[in-house]
Design a protein around this ligand. Structure first.
Ligand code: DX5
Ligand code: ZN
Length: 226
């Protein structure tokens, strides 16, 4: 699939989401951060907002659920029109069943890991997933500093995905910018969430292009030296 950029709308103007989406026509997805003030200490938006944006936006919606009890709530985001639904494995009771329910709604199923959650216990779960999200900040807020401690986990996740074969995407989220995207791409990420880097730029669409070309430049070609 190659490199994809999915701007986080958390830093966009919430009063004008349709117009904000139109400003970033080169975005592959719109990353929507759903926070319930339980799983994370912040509250944002839910199903009705995603449903409304999915109807008017050209880009598909990448819903990142930072909520308790995703088993109960996540499938509804697929029904609301999200093209990808990400649940946090720390909050899921039955991740296999949940991933299957999300796929049954016609959405891609993705699992997110907080910075201190290892990938290894979930290796067998990869068979049920379309994407793994490795968080590179503690979830809850935009504009935080990128955590370098997450890079080895990105590498280990890439190894597990490649070992399995198939087309599972590897997303990173948190503090991704022109300065840090290179490290993530080198470690094996291929889907990049960026909030403040995109919406803090004078020209968000141009920033997406720059992020993409930085990531592409630094993506390892299999078999190439170094
Ligand atoms: C944080 C969210 C992120 C956040 C990214 O919990 O999941 O998507 O909006 O924002 P930046 O790119 O500013 O770190
Ligand atoms: Zn997010």
């Amino acid at each position: 699939m190659g490199i994809q950029i999915t701007p986080s709308m958390l830093t966009a103007d919430f009063a004008n989401l349709e117009a904000e989406a139109a400003r970033i026509s080169s975005a592959d997805w719109l990353h929507m951060d759903v926070m319930d003030n339980h799983f994370v200490p912040n509250l944002t938006l839910g199903v009705p907002v995603i449903e409304a944006l999915a109807k008017v936006a050209v880009q598909p919606i990448d819903a990142h659920l930072m909520i308790d009890n995703p088993d109960r709530w996540a499938p509804a985001y697929g029904e609301a029109g999200a093209g990808s639904v990400t649940f946090h494995v720390e909050a899921a009771q039955a991740p296999v069943r949940l991933a299957r329910e999300i796929r049954a709604k016609g959405a891609r199923a993705a699992m997110a890991l907080k910075p201190a959650t290892p990938i290894e216990p979930y290796e067998d779960l990869l068979a049920e997933l379309d994407m793994v999200l490795v968080m590179t900040v503690e979830p809850g807020f935009g504009g935080q500093k990128f955590l370098d401690m997450c890079l080895p986990k990105i590498r280990r996740t890439r190894e597990l995905i490649d070992k399995r074969g198939g087309d599972i995407w590897l997303q990173v989220d948190g503090g991704v910018s022109l300065e840090t995207i290179e490290r993530c791409a080198k470690a094996g990420a291929d889907v990049f969430v960026a909030g403040s880097a995109v919406f803090g730029a004078d020209d968000p669409d141009a920033m997406i292009d720059s992020l993409r070309s930085h990531a592409e430049r630094h993506t390892e070609v299999p078999g190439a030296p170094g």
